[in-house]
Design a protein around this ligand. Sequence first.
Ligand code: GLC
Length: 418
Amino acid sequence: MTGNPRPIRVLAVDHTAALGGAEIALTRLAGQLRMDGVDVRVLLLGHGPLEARLRDAGVPAIVHDLDPRIAATPREAAFRPGSFLVNFLRSARAVPALVRQVRQLGADLIVANSLKSALLVAVVAPLARRRWVWHLHDRIATDYLPRVAVLLLRSLAVVGPAMIIANSHAVRATLPRCTGSNTRVAYPGADIGPPAQRRARDGGPVVGMLGRVSPTKGQREFIEAAAIVIRTQPRTRFRIVGAALFGEDDYADALRTDAASLGAESVIEFAGWSDDPSAELAGFDVFVHASPVPEPFGQVILEAMLAGTPVIATRAGGVPEIVDPDETSDPLSSVALTEFGTLVTAGDAVALAQAIGSCLADPDRAAERAANAQRMVRSRFDIAVSAEVVRSAWREAFRHPKTAVMRHNRWRYDRRSR
Ligand code: GLC
């Protein structure tokens, strides 16, 4: 008998304290795990609103201020040779202090929750003699990241972490095949409260988007679709909720010009950042997720479904795992109905307009699908389920510290010695 295994202490690291999707997912996950009695705390490499969110969720957070210019470098620029080298040198200065911090906190396992933090943790963890887990919220693919970044991050996935946790099967599919046995999929779960009831509202229908304002999220395509929809449904209003977070302010500014040049400025409302996304989502008659590039997962879709709002989303990346989990819809159709919403071809504003038009024209059928979706999210995407997957992956990483390379070498060794 070995008795109960010692509970492990986990330190999750994120380079930013802004409220991006990966950071919101971390807050939910760590909050749930702490409630389940897991000793997880968070190290942030800069100050920001995430600190208060973590505190509210009962998760201890420590800030180790890195040079703020590192977090501010947009993802596409971060891997250009010049800025990569400069940021590398900026972070290198923090390495000894971070190694000390990991030891002082008595962390057994380190979790990197963002791409930038993974690069740092890959150096800090071996120096602190700790294993690390990469919680991956991004697709490692060239439609999303520069080619050198893809090469670098894929190599890191093979030699670095003891375990990788991907936020969707689509994300997992972007990793080298040899990482397969070291990778688990844990969906970013949703907090399941009492089912939301929708209230009737006055005025024309509201079609809304909610999320970070960025070319990867498709606010421009949404505006193009709006300009088409109002030709036949002129009472419709379009609400864009969210702000640019990671150096994408030029895109956000250009959206207003786009709306004006398409003659849609009077029907589009730029609502800015919201502290109450659930209320916003519940106020939409249709929710649109318009990412023109494959979205790694799309947790806001879960939130819209939980609010009981009909969903239209682009068919790419991890999104079909939410909107069409049983793969019942026609993959070739540019507008495809599923049991839980509508999937449209990514980047196709005309298809998006058609899907919005159909939802508005038949609100009863849209509401039926929304009710199915609400039930489905409550049963399949509970954060408690995701937390259990993550918890056992952490335990496994701690006990069986094998990167893909180590597993491969052991296999070769075993074969030779047979
Ligand atoms: C990132 C991804 C998003 C995902 C979230 C949580 O923000 O872009 O698709 O929902 O992380 O995993």
